[in-house]
Design a protein around this ligand. Structure first.
Ligand code: FE2
Ligand code: FE2
Length: 184
């Protein structure tokens, strides 16, 4: 049995998907007129930037995907390039969502369509993205990466976690808080 190098990443996807579900549900309520908590969108943006991007996507880009390229997967015109492009597309939805939510928070009217468009765009992009990683790219990594180097990869993941200590708990609490708010 080889050392597992993707389960931790699949688990992180689960927390990201819980935030995406919140974004989708709150956006639906917002469009129906029953949700006006602009701070939620700023908190979602911060979660996405720190947890999804600086933590999870950084581990993919700097560690897992690099290991795949080092083991012969092409960096260009390949699934890796497609995943990196989607990370970038996600970042641009998030910037636009933040801008509209900040305007709404400071009292500018007419921001709902902008928030909704980017929130829904991000949610759809990331759902498809995570699905491809969970079903195609991660299983491929488990098949092709040799045992040698796997322990180093796992240690490098842990190092990222240590550099950002308390991050997992902080963002899990945030997701749970908004889930409770939605259920109330
Ligand atoms: Fe990714
Ligand atoms: Fe991912």
């Amino acid at each position: 049995m080889k050392t597992d190098i993707t389960q931790v990443m699949v688990d992180e996807h689960k927390l990201i998907l819980r935030m995406i579900t919140l974004v989708e549900k709150n956006t639906e309520l917002m469009e129906q007129g029953g949700f006006r908590d602009w701070q939620f969108y700023l908190d979602a943006v911060e979660f996405i930037r720190n947890y999804a991007d600086r933590f999870h996507h950084a581990k993919e880009e700097d560690l897992l995907f690099s290991a795949l390229v080092a083991n012969g997967m092409p960096a260009k015109q390949s699934p890796i390039e497609a995943m990196l492009m989607e990370h970038d597309q996600g970042r641009s939805f998030v910037r636009n969502m933040e801008e509209a939510a900040q305007k709404a928070l400071s009292g500018e009217i007419g921001q709902i369509p902008g928030i909704a468009e980017n929130a829904k765009g991000y949610a759809a992009l990331l759902r498809g993205h995570i699905d491809k990683e969970d079903k195609i790219l991660y299983p491929l990594a488990e098949r092709v990466l040799p045992e040698e180097g796997r322990d180093l990869l796992v240690a490098a993941y842990a190092e990222v976690g240590e550099r950002m200590s308390g991050l997992e708990e902080r963002y899990r609490e945030r997701v749970e808080r908004y889930e409770r708010q939605l259920a109330a």
